[in-house]
Design a protein around this ligand. Structure first.
Ligand code: PGA
Length: 254
């Protein structure tokens, strides 16, 4: 089975003490992991090292950054490189979240560079894609998401693409309480898998985990995750509560 992943995206939330409390609660959970299950916790930069400390006793937990810069090092005040993240023991990085695309004008081309920087330093990219409401209402969501994938992932080689996790996050469902129906999620996930298969072949495509993101919570996680092409979720709001997030981990398909 493909890896089933519950990924937490804390976004810009928690002070240090709050972060410690949340990490401690997560680290102390007695989760009955299925061997194919993982949980990736994407915390703000200042908390990456402590997140590793709190979570390292459970090998199913991984620590992720929420962003990375394209360059290796140098005069780029305020930025953080993939080499730095790797040196801190970070294993994953979120690339192209819609908030970064929207608020920080990250283009598909720039995200292609971020993919390269991450993979060059053995970070596993969680590549986010997804359409805004007007695009869905116009029925153009497949073309839109396909373009995001083509322009940021199609330059990778076969070896590199196999390391990538994709997260489909329809913008209209993020933080709105409005979830895509499980049928809408399945339809897009199957399409993403088809697009990847056309370029890299069916075998590779079948092995890539595709996560759904957008208002995932304990009450809807099982239904969404049960879809054949949905391999878990990227969870914002509900990941800030350890009990809720534990329930979401326990909703992964087995
Ligand atoms: P949400 O965020 O779960 O709060 O909708 C998901 C995300 O943006 O990754």
């Amino acid at each position: 089975m493909r890896k089933q992943i519950a990924a937490a995206n804390w976004k810009m939330n928690c002070t240090l003490n709050e972060a410690k409390e949340l990490l401690q609660s997560l680290g102390n959970k007695k989760i009955k992991w299925n061997p194919d299950h993982q949980s990736v916790i994407a915390v703000p930069y200042p908390y990456l090292l402590i997140a590793k400390e709190y979570l390292e006793k459970d090998p199913h937990f991984f620590v992720s950054a929420q962003n990375v810069y394209t360059k290796h090092s140098g005069a780029y005040t305020g930025e953080v490189s993939a080499a730095m993240l790797q040196s801190c023991g970070v294993t994953h990085v979120i690339i192209g979240h819609s908030e970064r695309r929207g608020y920080f004008q990250e283009s598909n081309d720039m995200l292609a560079e971020k993919m390269d920087a991450s993979l060059a330093h053995n970070l596993i990219p969680i590549f986010c894609c997804g359409e805004a409401l007007d695009i869905r209402e116009a029925g153009a969501q497949n073309d839109f998401v396909e373009k995001q994938i083509r322009e940021s992932l199609f330059h990778l080689d076969e070896n590199q693409i196999q390391k990538v996790i994709v997260a489909y996050e329809p913008i209209w469902a993020i933080g709105t309480g409005k979830t895509a129906s499980s049928a809408q999620a399945q339809e897009m996930h199957a399409y993403i898998r088809f697009v990847i298969a056309e370029k890299f072949g069916k075998e590779i495509s079948e092995n890539i985990s595709i996560l759904y993101g957008g208002s995932v919570k304990p009450s809807n996680a099982s239904e969404i995750f049960s879809q054949p092409d949905v391999d878990g979720g990227l969870v914002g709001g509900a990941s800030l509560n350890a009990d809720e997030f534990e329930k979401i981990i326990n909703s992964l398909k087995s």
